[in-house]
Design a protein around this ligand. Structure first.
Ligand SMILES: *Cc1c(COP(=O)(O)O)cnc(C)c1O
Length: 424
């Protein structure tokens, strides 16, 4: 459920008419709904409420990479969420949004020594170690400081998440985690190191999962591993089950609900006797944002359907170009007429295509339109390709809105460049 809907024939975000935002902030612009973010956070929390209480209450660590906007993080911090970060930059953001250091988990296959140091400086709650090499490095850094880093070992369970290959992370050939068959050996090695408090395991098998079965299979493997590790004498108190729950991008897509996910987790983790952590991203932020754009012109006369050329492009919303992803596309003030069109941006690449042969609201030059489900992996993937600026972001709260990320003009990006003396 989201709060982007037609009221008196005009698309609104909560109680704000989108043309108002377009006039005041310009287009393209991402628009987030606070009420939608809060609702998604609450539904997710409720779905996991049976998994433990007190110091066993699950940690819900929002995957910052899905939407790192400070105001989005602030909304989720106020809902009691922590953060799953994958870089020093994300770590700084999570803390700037007020997330408690102990509620931050640091994932990622290539944390640098400087990033490991930063995590220790900020006293984060947990490092998710992805290799024996990383574990040894973290142990050495921490023990040189006279400290002990709390950590879990990320396992690669070799499960096919049945999602797009670029966002599948739990198959043997993917770069993430330690292969299950080596997990016991690596765990034993790292558990013996000074500087490391290794206290459990983690997995994350992929994103935009539309089926619970691969997750349940992976969780069963984790459960068996936890028993094995305990039998080998290790104390296992924490398991991080990652993120990955999908969202509907398209009519007819029916991802599992958070409640179904929660029930499956309860079944799969029965008797584990650990504190669980979760790292949801897309399921919280995806449908809480749209990309608002204006039609530059409609170009007719080619071989196929007309080209609706919008002022947003693949540099603002990369998912269609990157993954062939679908985003629903709707007029802000639909006339009731329909058309079939190719929806494209202005960038000089054929890949700058949002949709082909799409049946959509009839549009003409100057009309406003939205791409739905753009709140996750949207603005955060923006670039300045074609010397376009960085897209602005707005948050709506009831009948008010605020710019939560300024548009960065192409000229400001150029200002950061220098022509050296030897070219003068
Ligand atoms: C990307 C990522 C997530 C979030 O995935 P979603 O599909 O957005 O829920 C969680 N954990 C890790 C380690 C990730 O890399």
């Amino acid at each position: 459920m989201d709060h982007f809907s037609l009221k008196s024939g005009v698309m609104h975000a909560e109680d704000v008419a989108l043309p108002r935002i377009a006039e005041e902030v310009g287009t393209p612009v991402y628009v987030y709904s606070r009420a939608t973010l809060e609702r998604h956070a609450q539904v997710f929390k409720a779905a996991l409420s049976g998994l433990g209480s007190g110091d066993r209450a699950p940690l819900i660590a929002f995957a910052v990479k899905s939407n790192p906007n400070l105001s989005v993080l602030k909304v989720l911090q106020r809902q009691g969420f922590g953060a799953d970060v994958v870089s020093g930059g994300e770590l700084i953001r999570a803390l700037a949004a007020g997330m408690a250091p102990e509620d931050v988990v640091f994932s990622g296959v290539g944390k640098t020594s400087a990033e490991l140091e930063l995590g220790l400086d900020k006293q984060i709650g947990q490092f998710n170690i992805e290799s024996s090499e990383e574990g040894r490095e973290l142990a050495a850094i921490a023990s040189a400081r006279g400290e002990e880093a709390s950590a879990v070992l990320r396992i690669n369970p070799d499960v096919d998440a049945k999602t797009h290959e670029k966002i599948s992370t739990g198959k043997a050939e993917n770069k993430f985690g330690v292969p299950l068959i080596r997990a016991r050996e690596v765990y034993s090695e790292l558990a013996g190191l000074a500087g490391l408090n290794l206290r459990g395991v983690a997995i994350h098998i992929g994103s935009q999962l539309l089926d619970l079965e691969p997750l349940e299979t992976a969780f069963a493997k984790v459960g068996a591993l936890v028993s094995d590790l305990r039998a080998a004498g290790h104390t296992i108190t924490h398991v991080d089950l990652g993120g990955g729950l999908g969202v509907p991008y398209k009519a007819g897509e029916t991802p599992p609900s958070p409640a179904e996910y929660g029930a499956m987790v309860e079944r799969a983790t029965k008797g584990w006797d650990v504190r669980l952590a979760f790292e949801p991203g897309r399921v919280i932020a995806g449908n809480a944002g749209i990309l608002l754009t204006r039609v530059v012109r409609v170009k007719r006369g080619g071989n196929g359907p007309p080209f609706v050329i919008v002022d947003a492009a693949m540099n603002d919303l990369a998912r269609p170009a990157l993954y062939g992803a679908w985003h629903d596309f709707e007029a802000v003030e639909p006339s009731g007429e329909r058309m079939t069109a190719n929806i494209v941006g202005p960038i000089c690449e054929t890949g700058d295509t949002f949709a082909k042969d799409r049946e959509c609201d009839a549009l003409q030059s100057g009309d406003l339109a939205i791409f739905r489900t753009a709140g996750a992996y949207g603005a955060t993937m923006a670039s300045s390709y074609n010397s376009r600026g960085f897209v602005a972001e707005v948050m709506v709260d009831g009948d008010q809105f605020a710019v939560v990320a300024d548009r960065i003009a192409a000229s400001a990006i150029m200002d950061a460049e220098r022509v050296p003396d030897f070219l003068a």
